[in-house]
Design a protein around this ligand. Structure first.
Ligand code: DNO
Length: 385
């Protein structure tokens, strides 16, 4: 596989020169300064591409070219947004950037409740706690009928927490779930937004009446509208699975398991319509057998995220070491190396370790934690050759 690294652009304090020292070959990035839905011009793409190439690397993958909410819920701005999406895709293709990751998760991208969950060895990992999430849903968002989505035990524990939680703890939970994890991935809410809960509730309202079947219909429409352009310019689109891979906050999620992936691959059956195989997201669903999915979908996988999780009996999700947990990264390397030795792969998330604690990186995107995991995976790749 091609060794790639998610880099957040010219202001990232992990520089391209540092990546070269680590053996990274390609960069995964986006035009983070362009607002969602606006056109990525050839000039802007080439400017970043040349900057990357001057450092001796290549721009391997776009992560992400964001799909605006109105495309997902089918709003009136949809046609204009689809037109802009096609122009951006065509421009990327003309500039030679040919792998484009996106996701189709309504309102909220990846979800964590704790960014610094302590591990016994002194490192920390990202974490998803069901009771804390239930608390956020039922007591902070106060979503109608939210209690029905949790077990009686989870609701009981959330109620107990409500008797002791401080305002500071509440703010931290809000900041973690809808600000810190979302802002830097071009999410809907950004650092510094006033009253993120009100903004968030308004976004949830946009999806009233949108069930799984309707969201699928909207994804199919999106694919029908953009895949011909991708094909014309030789671009491979690859959807990122939902993280975690189950419905949340009353919103449907439609890239969660084998049946879902089979569905969208057939909805527009074209090799340019593919998958980002995110082992971390998929492994967070106990319904998923990750190596079996890799075997099944390797042929339509255009990009791989290597990461692994442990899921506790209560359903809490811990980002595990890259060599442990449900992701079975060693087996995945065997499968993908055999399927396509040039497939771009990036280490997804890393622990916070060593000097990472003294730095400010985007959550999950530590230097030492990711570098450590990259070295582990490089060893695995070498051993499977
Ligand atoms: C988080 C990421 C996601 C991912 C997008 C792809 O760390 O895995 O934000 O980039 O969902 O569109």
């Amino acid at each position: 596989m091609e060794l790639t690294w998610r880099w957040f652009g010219k202001n990232d304090n992990i520089t391209l020169d540092m990546l070269r020292q680590m053996g990274v070959q390609g960069v995964v990035t986006a035009l983070h300064g362009v607002p969602n839905g606006k056109i990525w011009t050839e000039d802007a793409i080439n400017d970043l591409k040349n900057y990357i190439e001057k450092a001796g690397l290549r721009w391997s993958v776009v992560e992400s070219l964001p799909v605006c909410e109105a495309i997902k819920y089918g709003g009136k701005e949809r046609e204009q947004l689809l037109q802009n999406y096609r122009v951006s895709l065509a421009n990327l293709g003309k500039c030679g950037v040919k792998t484009v990751c996106y996701n189709f998760m309504p309102v909220i991208d990846w979800i964590r409740t704790d960014l610094y969950h302590p591990n016994p060895d002194g490192t920390s990992s990202l974490y998803f706690d069901r009771v804390q999430f239930a608390y956020f849903d039922c007591f902070i968002l106060k979503r109608k009928d939210a209690e029905q989505d949790y077990t009686p035990d989870e609701i009981r524990k959330a109620k107990v927490w409500d008797t002791t939680i401080t305002e500071t703890e509440k703010d931290k939970l809000i900041d973690t779930i809808i600000v810190k994890t979302q802002g830097f991935v071009n999410g809907n809410i950004r650092e510094g937004d006033k009253n993120p809960v009100a903004i968030f509730n308004k976004l949830l309202d946009l999806y009233k009446g949108i069930d799984k079947a309707q969201l699928r219909a909207n994804m199919k429409y999106f694919l029908e509208q953009v895949i011909p352009t991708a094909e014309k310019y030789g671009v491979n689109l690859c959807v990122h699975p939902d993280d975690p891979p189950f419905p949340v906050l009353g919103l449907p999620r439609i890239v969660t398991n084998t049946e879902d992936i089979d569905w969208f691959l057939h909805a527009v059956d074209n090799p340019h319509n593919g998958l980002t195989f995110c082992a971390g997201s998929l492994s967070a669903g106990v319904h998923n057998d990750v190596p079996a999915m890799a075997r099944r979908f390797a042929g339509r996988t255009h990009f791989v995220h290597l990461r692994s999780t442990e899921v506790s009996p209560e359903g809490n999700i811990l980002e595990a070491s890259h060599l442990a947990g449900r992701g079975q990264v060693v087996e995945l390397v065997r499968i993908f190396e055999k399927a396509n030795p040039t497939l771009p792969m990036r280490i997804d998330h890393g622990r916070q370790m060593l000097d990472d604690v003294n730095k400010t990186y985007n959550p999950g995107y530590s230097l030492y934690g990711r570098m450590y995991a990259l070295a582990q995976v490089m060893g695995v790749i070498a051993a499977t050759k």
